[in-house]
Write a new protein. Structure first.
Length: 364
């Protein structure tokens, strides 16, 4: 599962990517600095791992991860191939969610591709290009669906009804994620089309350090412009985060953060938000060899969770022994949890909850 960082050229995408991944993507003050997408695998900050580690004292600790992709900047006309348009749009299509960076700060020394700072306009430029590309995709699908519907195919007729609704929305500059569609319509009709404007989106308002906590007028304008969308907003001083990342001393980093009013790096909050945006959650395994966070989808069953460790675990699943994280930490370990009768045995239908501690029994 991966999230793609998008935005106009020169709004701070590669700087943000560097903050998140420490992969040091090229970052400079001119458009199209990023041409090929950079990919980073980023640890998801989770204080629960530290508490589990303190109790178990394992040989190693393995956090959950999320894949972040830094995609080339978009310009007007991208849907028609302008700039790096077609390549850019293809890269977005491969991502499961979008992290959309908007410039929300003034700085005469940093060039803006549209000459002035206006994050709502910038957002609309990218929305428009993605909507045009989606419209192209929907119109191609409509041609085939209309033929099938004319033969009396009931499924095709239902699909035609939904596609026409989507076409009207896109022509009215409405992104598909903002549409009132049923879960079945999204899953069976929309999802196979991989529409760009149907992807879950997190807006990152890139501000100066003085606005890192409270935001500013640009951020308020973005909030107003996105209130009808099913999307999240996070405020981040990307340049300041980059400076903090350069500091090797932990205490020095904390002092820097406190100085601008933050209790943790904004990048940590963003990674967690991206993880949530991808509809992911964590369960844990804990032993003397390793304490580990495993990534699964929200709603996954116990066998599906077991399959993340090894496919044989899912195929031969017998049962899961489940301990709630709070019980493990409060009581001080697995032995004490068992003594208190707090460990549960669950079968194939069990829906794993975020933070569950699990041990699987299987037979192949």
């Amino acid at each position: 599962m991966k999230a793609g960082i998008v935005g106009l050229p020169n709004v701070g995408k590669s700087t943000l990517f560097n903050c998140l991944s420490n992969a040091k993507a090229q970052s400079a003050n001119f458009p199209f600095c990023t041409i090929e997408p950079n990919v980073g695998v980023v640890n998801v900050p989770d204080e629960r791992l530290e508490k589990l580690s303190a109790i178990v004292n394992p040989e190693r600790v393995q956090p959950a991860v999320v894949e972040i992709v830094d995609i080339a900047g978009l310009v007007k006309g991208a849907s028609k191939g302008e700039g790096l348009g077609n390549k850019f749009l293809a890269n977005i299509r491969e991502c499961d969610a979008i992290i959309h960076v908007l410039r929300c700060f003034d700085n005469a020394n940093i060039v803006h591709v549209e000459t002035t700072v206006d994050p709502v306009r910038d957002k609309e430029i990218i929305d428009f290009e993605l909507q045009l590309k989606d419209l192209e995709t929907v119109e191609k699908k409509l041609e085939k669906t209309k033929k099938a519907a004319r033969t009396g195919d009931k499924l095709a007729q239902k699909e035609l009804e939904v596609l026409l609704k989507v076409k009207d929305a896109l022509e009215a500059a409405t992104s598909v994620r903002s549409m009132d569609l049923t879960e079945k319509e999204r899953e069976e009709i929309i999802k196979p089309l991989q529409l760009l404007t149907n992807k879950p989106t997190l807006y990152v308002c890139n501000v100066d350090d003085k606005s890192a906590v409270t935001g500013n007028a640009y951020v308020e304008a973005v909030k107003e412009a996105t209130k009808q969308e099913d999307a999240e907003i996070i405020i981040l001083a990307v340049g300041t985060e980059a400076d903090i990342n350069e500091l090797e001393d932990y205490e020095e980093r904390q002092l820097f953060l406190e100085d601008i009013g933050l209790d943790e790096p904004g990048s940590a909050k963003l990674i967690r938000a991206a993880y949530k945006l991808l509809n992911l959650q964590t369960y844990f395994t804990a032993g003397v060899k390793e304490v580990r966070a495993w990534t699964i989808h929200v709603g996954d069953t116990a066998p599906q969770a077991a399959g993340v460790i090894h496919t044989d675990f899912e195929k031969g699943f017998i049962r899961a022994e489940v301990i709630k994280y709070n019980d493990f930490v409060t009581l001080g370990g697995e032995k004490q949890v068992k003594e208190q009768g707090k460990m549960r045995v669950e079968g194939k239908e069990y829906i794993v909850q975020d933070g569950d501690m699990m041990n699987f029994r299987f037979n192949v």
